[in-house]
Design a protein around this ligand. Structure first.
Ligand SMILES: Nc1ncnc2c1ncn2[C@@H]1O[C@H](COP(=O)(O)OP(=O)(O)OP(=O)(O)O)[C@@H](O)[C@H]1O
Ligand SMILES: [Mg+2]
Length: 360
């Protein structure tokens, strides 16, 4: 039987051992009384033990071997085995039944883990759907409210009609942003949106991202400065996706800043590993509490919902950042001091060291 117990049918050996010893001893003792010859009695005892051992072994083999193999093949075909790529750890196996017990225990643990994961995914999915409908409802009801008021007569009131139309338009724009972000997240999560690696001039992209957000910074009187000491920072990454990461981080640094606040963007080579470029976005803003910092990359998570919503935020920006960086096999790190500011940092592969990846 090719179980985890080995090539011999060890269960049979273990089953046959005790009856063989007992019958051997008995036969030897009884024959000693009758024959009064110790040598013959010992030989008879050994013979009886061997016969009983073989008989019990063969009987156990016939009765159990096939069934145990069947049970093992059932265990091997369970979803736990088929879906889990990590085989159970090698352990000392006493016999086939012990091997099956270990296998069954491993399956039980794997299945329990999978069920826990499924439960988590399910509650996450329910929460996600609840969040989406809530986020969609707010701007849709606003648009409906403004349009109804306009239809009820406000359309002819020159004092409010432009204002209500502008507010309805703002909410429509919010819906457009929300659906775009949701589509992007689902494409990133399903792996549909894969990064297209090429050599990208990081500093140009940062300047470009800052330029596109300058008007927002000016509105809030926030000053953005970029320390591009590493003039030669060419990274191997997806240009559009990294631009999006930068825009999301810099936009947050502006939005969650204090009046007259500052944003510092910088690039430098990692001093311990020059194959990596470290990109940082630091602000002097409101900061994030440690418990919130752990959760800000979750979909729809906002520390201060009303502040974020007021700024047109839906809580998807950092989630998109996280997914993009993960698809680049990189990570976002967050350091923050409530009341003083935050530092968001990630690394990218330097093009000088990773040119082999360009054809990916
Ligand atoms: N630089 C920052 N300083 C302080 N809080 C921040 C900063 N960046 C993010 N946050 C907090 O993390 C939350 C999540 O950020 P995220 O970018 O995902 O969403 P958002 O900015 O609210 O909306 P969106 O980016 O979708 O427009 C924010 O609502 C805010 O509370
Ligand atoms: Mg944001």
């Amino acid at each position: 039987m090719k179980t985890s117990g080995g090539t011999y049918f060890r269960t049979g050996i273990r089953l046959a051992f005790a009856p063989a010893v007992i019958s051997g001893v008995f036969s030897a003792m009884i024959s000693l009384i009758w024959l009064d010859n110790p040598v013959h009695s010992v030989l008879l005892g050994i013979g009886a033990a061997l016969v009983v051992f073989i008989l019990v072994y063969l009987h156990a083999y016939r009765l159990l071997n096939y069934r145990l193999q069947e049970i093992q093949s059932i265990i091997q075909r369970t979803p736990a085995r088929l879906t889990n790529s990590n085989p159970p750890e090698k352990q000392h196996v006493i016999d086939e039944v012990h091997g099956l017990l270990l296998d069954a225990e491993w399956n039980r643990a794997t299945i329990t883990r999978e069920f826990q994961k499924m439960d988590e995914t399910d509650s996450y999915r329910k929460e996600f759907i609840g969040d989406i409908s809530h986020e969609l409802k707010t701007p849709i009801f606003s648009v409906q409210g403004y349009l109804e008021t306009l239809l009820d007569g406000a359309l002819n009131d020159p004092e409010v009609n432009q204002l209500f139309l502008a507010k309805a338009m703002k909410n429509v724009n919010r819906l457009i942003f929300l659906t775009n972000d949701l589509m992007e997240i689902s494409r990133l999560e399903t792996g549909e949106l894969k990064p297209e690696f090429s050599v990208i001039p990081l500093n140009n992209i940062i300047h470009d991202a800052i330029d596109s957000l300058q008007y927002k910074a000016d509105q809030r009187n926030v000053k953005i400065s970029f320390e591009d000491k590493e003039t030669n920072a060419f990274a191997l990454a997806d240009r559009n996706q990294i631009r999006q990461v930068l825009v999301n981080l810099i936009e947050n640094a502006i939005k969650y800043n204090k009046p007259d606040g500052k944003v510092f963007v910088s690039t430098r080579f990692n001093e311990h590993d020059r194959s990596k470029i470290v990109v940082s976005v630091r602000d002097t803003g409101i900061g994030i509490e440690p418990d919130d910092a752990k959760r800000v990359t979750e979909r729809f998570y906002r520390v201060d919902k009303s502040r974020s919503r007021e700024q047109g935020g839906t809580g998807l920006g950092l989630s998109i950042v996280k997914h993009i960086l993960e698809s680049h096999h990189e990570q976002l790190t967050i350091e923050s001091k409530p009341g003083s500011g935050s530092l968001f940092r990630f690394t990218l592969k330097s093009a000088d060291y990773h040119s082999d990846l360009i054809s990916v």
